[in-house]
Each structure stands twice: as structure tokens, then as C-alpha cells.
Ligand binder design. Structure first.
Ligand code: NCD
Ligand code: ZN
Length: 346
């Protein structure tokens, strides 16, 4: 049995770092294992201009430990008022790597998102021209669509039409949760990719709802039935370059999770690599972990792979502290529900 696994240093292609005290607490957790991350712009207020992205990047860099080797790749939050020229300048300077599309109301802090997709057509066309990828939160928000169907309906009603009418637009389907999403991404050609989170490889909807409600397993898109989880595991362990790691590590304080109307998000930055190694080992696919975590993402984003490496070793179960203390209050780590035998060497 493999006892040690060395990978190119992974990247996280979908990460929430927040701001203020939460940023200072969680940024070191990602910097410990990851070289780069696509940083989500859903702050309050959201990061919509190049100037705001530059200021946020500075706050992230200031929150990193001395000597940390971690590059935040910034995103702009697409609104119906996004200025194509501001985006073009921010992308050309290397400040902004991608643009994030949230359908209005789809998830945490998405009120400024897009309601009328025709209004963002000029920006999307500009993005296709300059080669700036669009990261998509792929859920419709219509009240009459069942929450478990929102991803599949989004693909048919929104994503596929956008891709047909904007040839050349490079799209990342963020945090896909369904077989439908995996199939669409796999068949979508070189301009389409998909991130998959750690937690969606581990939990299905029973974990959230059976035997008592588990707020720490509630995230968006919500975990689906077991057949979908199995399709996601098959996708990531296939080595197909369409799929790459985006943890969607989304910290909320316990006080904000444990409410009658609690926040969506799982905090997985600290233990993601140990969990992934366990998932890939069970599928006898440890040799494909590097493709998913370290190679496929840079290939899609047309960035070099990382030169440095990390090593995981197999041994007695590794203990992660159940909570991260922050000056805003404790944040509970995602609990995979099984022992983790792979430790990341410091
Ligand atoms: C994210 C958050 O908390 O910002 N929550 C989540 O459940 N994933 C937003 C998001 O990515 O949808
Ligand atoms: Zn997210």
C-alpha cells in the first residue's frame, strides 16, 4: 500500500477568504497547503471594480503569515452595471483572473447578482474577446423550481444559451453537484471546465437531513442524492481535464450557522487534502489526485503548474481541531465523518 504521496503543490480554484478578522484567521489555513486560489468576490459590498479588487488583494496579502508563498487570483463580481473597459484593464494588468456570475439571490451575498442576462451580454462578449474566464454559480433562483433541481435547470435555461450565443467565452461551472453538471462539463470542449468541492465528494443530502438537521453540512448548491455524489467521485477520479478542485471553503461563524435561518457554506480549507486523499484512495485512484488538485486547473486557466511540491504520508488518523478560533467567533471545520489517515507534511 502507498504510504507516501508527493504532488505538485495544489491550487484552490474556488475559495472564500472573507475580510477583516475572518480573513486573518482563514487565509493562513489556505496558504499552508495551496499555492494559489481563485478568490470569490462576494464580500459585503461585493468586489465589482478593478480598484476594489486591488484593495482586497492587498488586504489578503497583509493577512498572510510572514514568508507565505500564496498568490490570490482575484475575481470581479459581475453586475448588470459592470463596465467592460474597467474589466478589460484589470484583466490586462494581471490583477483580475476571472469574473464571477451569481444569479441574483442564488447564495450568500448574491443580492447584487444578475437578474437580466441580456444586460451583461456586452461584458460577456468582451470577456470572450480578451480570454477572461467566467466562473458561474449555476443555479436558477425561481421560487417554483425545487432547490434540488436548480442546477440542472440552470444548465438548460441559462448556461447553454449563454455559451451558444457567446462563442469563445471560457466558462467554469463552479461547484457542480449533479451528474447532469458533470456530464455537461465533460462534453463541453476545451472552453468549459468545472470545479468540484471536497464536501460534495463526501456527503449526500441524507447527511444533512437524516437523523436530525446538520447545519454544518448545509451549503449551496445543496448536496444532492447519492447517485450524484457517486457521479462526482467518478468525474474527479477519472483524470478528465474538465474537472479541477475548487474547495468552496466558505467559513461562517458557528453563531451564523446555528440559526433558524443559518448561513450556507462548509469550511474545508484546513482538512481538504487529507479528505481528498482518503476519497481517492478508496477509489484506488491516488495516482489521479495530482491531476485533479494540481494540474487540470492551471491547464484550464492557462497558468503554469506550481514548481514546489507537497507530500502526504499515511499513518494513524490525523486529528484536526474541530473548530478554528477567530476574533469573530469559532468556525467549525467540515467533518467528513470518517478517519483521515493522510497527513500533509509541514
Ligand atoms: C458561499 C458563501 O458562503 O459565500 N456559500 C456556500 O454555501 N457555498 C457562497 C457560494 O459559493 O455559493
Ligand atoms: Zn463559493
Amino acid at each position: 500500500m502507498t504510504q507516501s504521496l508527493t504532488l505538485r503543490r495544489p491550487d484552490d480554484w474556488h475559495l472564500h477568504l472573507r475580510d477583516g478578522a475572518m480573513l486573518r484567521a482563514v487565509a493562513p489555513e489556505s496558504a499552508r497547503h495551496f499555492a494559489r486560489a481563485i478568490v470569490m468576490p462576494n464580500l459585503v459590498p461585493p468586489v465589482v471594480t478593478g480598484d476594489q479588487a486591488a484593495a482586497y488583494r492587498d488586504r489578503i496579502l497583509a493577512a498572510l503569515p510572514e514568508g507565505a508563498d500564496f498568490t490570490p487570483l482575484m475575481t470581479l463580481y459581475l453586475t448588470e452595471d459592470t463596465d467592460p473597459d474597467d474589466l478589460t484593464a484589470a484583466h490586462a494588468s494581471g490583477l483580475v483572473t476571472a469574473v464571477k456570475l451569481y444569479p441574483a439571490g442564488a447564495t450568500t451575498n448574491s443580492a447584487s447578482g444578475v437578474r437580466d442576462f441580456d444586460k451583461v451580454r456586452p461584458v460577456l462578449e468582451k470577456m470572450a474577446e480578451i480570454g477572461c474566464p467566467l466562473c458561474v454559480h449555476g443555479e436558477v433562483t425561481d421560487a417554483e423550481i425545487d432547490i434540488f433541481d436548480r442546477e440542472a435547470v440552470f444548465i438548460d435555461r441559462v448556461l447553454d444559451p449563454i455559451r451558444r450565443t457567446t462563442p469563445g467565452l471560457r466558462v467554469v461551472m463552479e461547484h457542480i453537484t449533479t451528474k447532469d453538471g458533470a456530464d455537461y462539463a465533460r462534453d463541453g470542449g476545451a472552453d468549459l471546465g468545472a470545479t468540484i468541492t471536497t464536501h460534495h465528494l463526501v456527503i449526500n443530502r441524507n447527511h444533512i437531513l437524516a437523523g436530525g438537521i446538520k447545519p454544518h453540512y448545509y451549503c449551496l448548491p445543496v448536496a444532492k442524492r447519492e447517485t450524484h455524489r457517486q457521479a462526482l467521485v467518478a468525474a474527479v477520479t477519472s483524470g478528465d481535464p474538465s474537472f479541477f478542485l475548487g474547495t468552496d471553503s466558505a467559513p461562517h461563524t458557528d453563531a451564523n450557522k446555528l440559526l433558524p435561518c443559518g448561513c450556507a457554506g462548509c469550511f474545508t480549507a484546513p482538512n481538504t487534502l487529507s479528505i481528498l486523499a482518503e476519497v481517492f484512495e478508496r477509489e484506488a485512484a491516488l495516482d489521479r489526485l495530482e491531476a485533479f488538485a494540481s494540474l487540470n486547473g492551471p491547464a484550464f486557466y492557462r497558468l503554469p503548474v506550481n514548481d514546489t511540491r507537497i507530500t502526504l504520508t499515511r499513518g494513524d488518523p490525523v486529528q484536526y481541531p474541530p473548530q478554528l478560533e477567530t476574533d469573530d467567533g469559532p468556525v467549525t471545520l467540515f467533518d467528513p465523518g470518517f478517519p483521515l489517515h493522510w497527513a500533509v507534511e509541514p
